[in-house]
Design a protein around this ligand. Structure first.
Ligand SMILES: *Cc1c(COP(=O)(O)O)cnc(C)c1O
Length: 471
């Protein structure tokens, strides 16, 4: 298009005021703020101007009405999209049970009910009903946590990263903390032990080699400035081969000899031994406490299967120092977390019930026969909806635990595979991700893989319909 032609087309664009006067925009203004609508109109006009100056649209019989309609359609789409609810449910067909990007643990029915209850009315969050005096929001959780873990005292904060920061700040500020070189962990999202150490004002002293650290290595570095011996669970990686880790019990012996506290950051602490269900043997929180660790920290929303929280259990005099630390107020848990965590912990009063009621444990311990049934059900619905447009099969596969727990564990699972005829598996995956409901899946060898381990029964028809829509 020539320059003059472009200028002629530009003159066909409506003014902002003219767009605002249109009935369709007046309708839009009843539901959305005027400032946002005007901004969207301006953006739509600017976009169109750029296209025209760039030579588009060529050879079309254009008029003012065409551009008015175009700008209005674009404005409505942009406003509705930008103000649609952004945080929404996703169907997790990846098989990764503790998927940090997908919100980690699903809450049990009782925990969901408790959140709803406490969110909808006033509560005794910080009130002792017996005496009428001010109470502690941590008290109900502390009672449950000490009963369940055997620790003397407990405290709960916003997440485990905050728990680690609080412990280090309270017990080691301005002093030295000894950590093995094999345990300088980075958890996704910029949580790194050396950096948290800097934040807390404690000084990191590295000990041993990446693959081997002996109790004597710690002993050699202890001096009058040492405040704490820290053991970090290498949650999301494994060092295999020629290795030697100083165990918690050995570290506790060193700590006792030198009168130093020992801290264990468990990350994904579990209250039950999951090796009964075929997962690798990992010491439970109770075992770490029994081994003599003075302070243990772990997450609420990893293997525990509760809300996002950081749990600290340990000796009373250390926990008391944390309760008095000014940082605690900045990282305290809100009432919905307290409600969800109390309900989650109560499930553990009966181990059998915990496995039955907590979605994380249900998914991790699901028997193959149950997964086969679910996959068969999904496959039948998928075949009905996709007809000849895709090849649907049921196969064995492998799921991951996720959330930095059991990094090397491979859980045998049952997957439904889809070989789409018309589009590529990658395109199908992207379309499902952007659909409503959004679906997260895997692609392998040109096929879409749906792992039913992390798909709830009620989601099966929705999942089948979502695939049917885009295939
Ligand atoms: C996950 C993890 C953390 C961080 O816990 P969040 O609850 O995600 O803050 C800290 N340390 C270890 C060893 C972990 O695995």
């Amino acid at each position: 298009m020539s320059k003059e032609a472009s200028q002629r087309v530009l003159r066909l664009l409506p003014a902002v005021d003219e767009v605002l006067r249109d009935d369709r925009i007046a309708d839009l203004l009843t539901g959305y703020p005027r400032g946002i609508v005007i901004e969207a109109i301006r953006a739509a006009l600017a976009g169109e101007r750029r296209l025209i100056l760039g030579g588009e649209p060529a050879n079309r019989d254009l008029n003012e009405q065409y551009f008015l309609d175009l700008i209005i359609t674009k404005t409505i789409a942009v406003v509705e999209q930008s103000l649609s609810v952004k945080l929404r449910p996703v169907i997790n067909a990846t098989g990764v049970v503790l998927h940090t990007n997908l919100g980690r643990a699903l809450l049990s029915e009782r925990a969901r009910h408790a959140v709803n209850n406490i969110a909808s009315s006033y509560s005794n969050l910080e009130l002792e009903l017996e005496t009428g005096r001010r109470g502690s929001r941590y008290a109900p959780l502390e009672y449950l946590l000490t009963s369940l873990t055997g620790a003397e005292a407990a405290l709960v904060v916003n997440n485990n990263a905050a728990a680690v920061l609080l412990v280090l700040s309270s017990l080691a500020q301005g002093r030295e903390v000894i950590v093995s070189r094999g345990q300088l962990v980075e958890i996704g999202g910029s949580f790194r032990i050396p950096e948290v150490m800097v934040q807390s004002g404690a000084r990191l002293v590295e000990v041993g080699a990446t693959n081997k650290t002996y109790p004597d290595d710690y002993k050699k570095l202890i001096n009058e400035n040492t405040a704490l011996l820290l053991h970090v669970h290498t949650s999301n990686y494994q060092i295999i081969g020629f290795t030697r880790e100083t165990t918690i019990s050995e570290l506790v012996d060193v700590g006792r000899t030198f009168s130093l506290p020992v801290m264990s950051d468990l990350g994904s602490g579990s209250l039950i031994d999951l090796s009964r269900f075929g997962l690798p043997r990992e010491p439970s929180v109770q075992e770490i406490v029994a081994a003599g660790a003075d302070v243990v920290t772990f997450s609420g929303d990893k293997l525990l299967g509760g809300p996002q929280a950081g749990i600290v259990v340990g000796r009373r005099h250390y926990i008391e120092r944390m309760k008095k630390h000014p940082l605690l107020r900045a990282i305290r848990v809100d009432k919905m977390t307290v409600a969800a965590l109390e309900a989650t912990l109560r499930e553990y009063l009966d181990e059998q019930r915990a496995v039955q009621e907590l979605p994380v444990l249900q998914m991790l311990t699901a028997p193959i026969s149950l997964l086969e049934e679910k996959a068969a059900d999904l496959a039948v619905q998928l075949r009905r909806l996709s007809g000849a447009k895709a090849e649907v099969a049921v196969e064995q596969g492998v799921s991951a635990v996720g959330g930095g727990a059991f990094p090397a564990a491979e859980l045998t699972t049952v997957v439904v595979t889809i070989a789409p005829g018309r589009i590529s598996a990658g395109d199908l995956q992207a379309a499902l991700r952007q659909g409503d409901p959004a679906v997260m899946s895997r692609v392998q060898g040109g096929r879409l893989i749906l792992d039913v381990r992390t798909v709830c029964d009620q989601e099966i028809p929705e999942l089948a319909a979502a695939v049917g829509k885009v295939i």
